[in-house]
Design a protein. Sequence first.
Length: 71
Amino acid sequence: MIENIKIMEAIKALGVDCFSLSGHPTNETEFLSMYKEMTGVDSNNTAIMSSNTSDFSVTWSQVSSKVKEIK
């Protein structure tokens, strides 16, 4: 099993700084249900988070490959 910290490090290494990962994904389906990415801020300077895959900068394939690379 991939450690959650490694998944988060991989996402950051792929250039995404503002994201949320609620859980420990082990496959693409889980990743898509647990991952959110910041798409902007509202008038109160609060992050706007999206779970829409078209807003994502990374894919599970990229993340899992990067995890293997940085292990």
